[in-house]
Design a protein around this ligand. Structure first.
Ligand SMILES: [Zn+2]
Ligand SMILES: [Zn+2]
Length: 122
């Protein structure tokens, strides 16, 4: 079961919410989703001649450059992981394991961000 996470800024009112974690259907056969996968990730799996299950949890990513926050589907298989890029500036976006540690608002830059779980999904 995954969480529905809501992020909001006490300073400027910025708000964003989305799904994070694992649901029932987040383990998927590679051949069923290979055409949906990010190209660089698919290429690595093909190089390894990978067959089997790909884990597709929902994650929060933060841009290392402009601090943009996004909700994404992550992909991992064995020790190969998809790389995330910021939708705004294209820099590498890091996965945040614990969204409670997020502080800086991507809009106003103040350390006034709140993360709360507002529900569940599966
Ligand atoms: Zn703000
Ligand atoms: Zn960015």
């Amino acid at each position: 079961m995954g969480d529905i996470l809501s992020l909001n800024c006490n300073a400027c009112g910025w708000i964003k919410s989305g799904f994070i974690g694992h649901g029932f259907n987040t383990l998927v056969n590679y051949e069923d989703i290979e055409n949906d996968l990010p190209k660089s990730f698919k290429k690595k799996l093909d190089q390894e001649k990978f067959v089997g299950l790909v884990s597709t949890p929902r994650v929060v990513v933060v841009c290392s450059s402009c601090s943009q926050i996004g909700f994404r589907t992550h992909y991992e298989a064995q020790d190969i992981e998809a790389v995330h890029r910021c939708g705004r500036c294209g820099s590498k976006a890091e996965i945040i394991d614990d969204p409670q540690t997020l502080e800086s608002c991507p809009k106003c830059g103040n350390a006034a961000l709140n993360a709360e779980c507002t529900g569940f999904w599966d």
